[in-house]
Design a protein around this ligand. Structure first.
Ligand code: KG4
Ligand code: ZN
Length: 346
């Protein structure tokens, strides 16, 4: 079974071809960095137009890298939400058009399910597992029980952690996207120089919060003498911020592990997914926690943590195998919580 996956929900225009033996036959990602740089963040209208301009070429490239033609495909999957709706419409309509012309099944993939199931593509992880989904727009703990079968254990009360990385990077003048920029700056910084708060640390449950931490970074920057931050100041703020994030997420994760253990005592696996899962300090901290609590720790390679088409193709395969295909009138949606997904019966 071979599926084409299309991802256009944010600022990556991506297409990939994956088969049901967990082989990534191609994975083409065009990041719209130059298009949005001047604005310090993703501009939805510009993103949608850029997807429209380049998606055809990206799909053609994905097919040619895989040495395949549309006739070789068994299905076409596309992100149908959640995300910036203009881009989602471009991707979903393109997938529907290819599927309609070729008489192929169309699979409307939830972008978050793409992230959630990536560990099954990379590491063949069995259900159920505990998932920490951390991206630019989402931050939650889920019990993953099957395609379309998710139980929410905890989530951020305010900002997503990726958003906190992006906003702090912007305050420090580090550019966009902020996560990788903060990580690079932090490498030469002193994580002990600033004692940033650890919101929600030690509280019962596994909800998270990042807005207080962000405010504290802003206050620190304002209080430092001089009109501009020195390179060392930036590095120290980045390192102190990153350590605070890793500390607080690891604490919340320990609580999530305990909750998940109650529901699925034999699961014993933590998977991280989403763009922020590319962060090395966080991965190391979570890996140490897993060793302590006797959980297996699975973190897909960084390139498959940030948005890509392979994860959408794979989620398409998982759904296609179960007969979970979608009709041509499936409406793309900006908001689409994982708990509202349709899955196979337990
Ligand atoms: O999953 P993703 O590519 O797109 C969304 O679905 O949101 O995640 C993007 C987010 C951005 O906020 C970006 O700053 C963050 O992931 N990110 C990182 C790193 N790489 C990407 N955050 C921290 N460290 C990184 N290395
Ligand atoms: Zn994403």
């Amino acid at each position: 079974m071979i599926v084409l996956g299309i991802e256009t929900s944010c600022d990556e225009t991506a297409a990939a071809v994956v088969d049901d033996h967990r082989r990534i036959l191609s994975n083409v990602i065009y990041s719209q960095l130059d298009e949005h740089k001047a604005y310090g963040g993703v501009v939805p209208e510009i993103a949608a137009r850029a997807h429209l301009d380049i998606l055809d070429g990206v799909i053609r490239q994905a097919l040619s890298d895989a040495d395949l033609e549309v006739a070789d495909l068994d299905g076409v999957a596309a992100t149908a939400g959640p995300g910036l709706i203009g881009g989602v419409i471009v991707g979903a309509m393109t997938a529907k058009a290819i599927a309609a012309v070729r008489g192929l099944p169309f699979i409307a993939v939830n972008h978050l399910e793409g992230h959630a199931l990536t560990a099954r593509l990379t590491d063949d992880v069995a259900f159920p597992y505990l998932l920490l989904l951390i991206s630019g727009g989402h931050c939650q703990f889920l019990s993953v029980e099957g395609p379309g079968r998710y139980r929410l254990l905890g989530a951020t009360l305010d900002d997503a952690v990726g958003e906190a990385f992006d906003k702090c990077a912007k305050m420090m003048g580090l550019g966009f996207p902020g996560g990788p920029a903060v990580e690079t700056a932090a490498a030469s910084g002193n994580p002990k120089r600033f004692a940033f708060p650890r919101p929600m640390k030690g509280r019962p449950g596994c909800d998270l919060s990042f807005s207080g931490l962000k405010t504290s970074v802003r206050k620190t920057i304002i209080d430092l003498p001089g009109a501009t931050l020195s390179g060392q100041d930036s590095a120290d703020i980045a390192a102190s911020f990153q350590t605070a994030v890793a500390d607080v997420i690891t604490d919340r994760c320990a609580h999530a592990v305990a909750e998940f253990d109650q529901i699925h005592p034999n699961g014993k696996t933590l998977v991280v997914a989403g763009g922020v899962a590319a962060n090395t300090e966080l991965r190391e901290s979570l890996s140490m926690l897993c060793t302590l609590v006797g959980f297996r720790f699975i973190a897909p390679p960084p390139k498959l943590c940030t948005d890509n088409g392979a994860m959408i193709a794979w989620a398409g395969i998982e759904r296609l195998r179960l007969g979970l295909t979608d009709r041509m009138d499936f409406a793309p949606r900006p908001r689409w919580p994982l708990e509202e997904l349709r899955g196979a019966a337990a």
